[in-house]
Design a protein around this ligand. Structure first.
Ligand code: OGA
Ligand code: NI
Length: 350
């Protein structure tokens, strides 16, 4: 019964201890609220062909590589990106440290109130989807822009010092990426950052995917597209991220299947989000992805989402050979709302 399910979700949520709390309590089976219907797509049998982009190459080559990757795979592995190794390992360690604090230390941060700058929860959308995903997350918005003295007030001790610095590094990298992507579209270098609002907000999600006793029955993240412009993902060595790809059976039949995104040491995974697909008028692709649950975790990942402020207007950019606009002009807030669905761009397509 739906009311039983809601009661079970509420009881779980009120522990404010997330999936980590279940695992610490010794669960040996995946509770019903975390069980997913079997995926109709065939199970993953291959490693995704994700291009590698080396930022240290000659500029014209980097622009071409970024253009090709954003146009085809929608994902790339970024190397020589300039984010120091210590900042990356420090950030993963902070996410681990926070999630492995005693439940009492985490509970004060447990919320789904978007007005709060730091939010810890098990699935921001738990009561919308009513199906749990095997992960807990700490969200931190624009924490590189905290005023002096604000850090202690806002951030949990595990993330102080580390998250603001990592966010600042990623915002700097974002500036460089948006310049390359602007050039790749054939528009002014500053277009995406300055006119499209790509650098306006940077939300960091520190994900913690505990080891699961029955990983085949649940998921770490269900199929989705990222709503923002670009996501910069830092992942540890465990793996689990998969992208939706086309596979051919040798007789010319094409079908969709999941493929693993490998964990490449030192690399950052960059992917195009719905906002950028819209602004690029479909030149760049926002590709569906998910995360499978694992039995060897915890797995940590840190997803940095570049978005525009709610009131910012998003529209396809006029570019040479870009053709007529394929999307309506919308505010970022509208786009974010429709992006919560599986194919958010369907609602705004002309
Ligand atoms: C996300 C996401 C992937 C991962 O946060 O949107 O897709 O590997 N994360 O954690
Ligand atoms: Ni995602």
């Amino acid at each position: 019964m739906a009311s039983d399910r809601l009661a079970a979700l509420k009881a779980f949520d009120e522990t404010k201890a997330g999936v980590k709390g279940l695992v610490d309590a010794g669960v040996k089976a995946v509770p019903d609220i975390f069980r997913h219907p079997p995926d109709p797509l065939s199970p993953c049998t291959k490693v995704a062909a994700i291009p590698v982009v080396d930022l240290s190459g000659p500029r014209s080559e980097v622009v071409a590589a970024v253009r090709e990757a954003a146009r085809t795979a929608g994902f790339f592995q970024l190397v020589n990106h300039g984010v120091p190794e210590a900042a990356m390992s420090g950030m993963l360690a902070a996410v681990r440290r926070f999630n492995e604090e005693p439940a009492e230390a985490k509970a004060p941060y447990y919320t789904r109130d978007a007005a709060r700058r730091v939010r810890y929860n098990c699935n921001a959308d738990l009561f919308r989807t009513m199906v749990g995903k095997w992960r807990d997350t700490i969200y931190m918005d624009d924490v590189d822009r905290l005023a002096a003295g604000e850090e202690e007030e806002v951030l949990p001790p595990a993330c102080r010092g580390v998250a603001p610095k990592y966010t600042a590094q990623v915002r700097m990298l974002g500036r460089a990426l948006f310049e390359l992507l602007s050039e790749a579209l054939g528009v002014r270098r500053g277009y995406l950052a300055e006119e499209a609002g790509c650098l306006e907000t940077l939300s960091v999600a520190g994900h913690y995917y505990p080891a699961c006793p029955e990983p085949h029955l649940t998921l770490g993240a269900v199929r989705h597209n990222d709503p923002g412009f670009l996501t910069v993902l830092l992942q540890d060595g465990v793996g689990g991220l998969q992208v939706l790809t086309d596979v051919e059976d040798g007789e010319g039949n094409v079908s969709a299947a999941w493929a693993d995104v490998p964990a490449v040491p030192g690399a950052l995974v960059v992917n195009v989000g719905d906002f950028l697909q819209l602004v690029s008028n479909d030149r760049f692709r926002s590709v569906a992805h998910r995360v499978v649950a694992n039995s060897v975790g915890p797995r940590m990942s840190v997803a940095c989402f570049f978005r525009a402020k709610g009131a910012t207007v998003c529209a396809p950019v006029a570019m040479d050979g870009g053709g007529p606009p394929r999307y309506r002009t919308v505010t970022a807030e509208e786009l974010l709302r429709s992006s919560g669905k599986q194919n958010g761009l369907r609602d705004v397509r002309l």
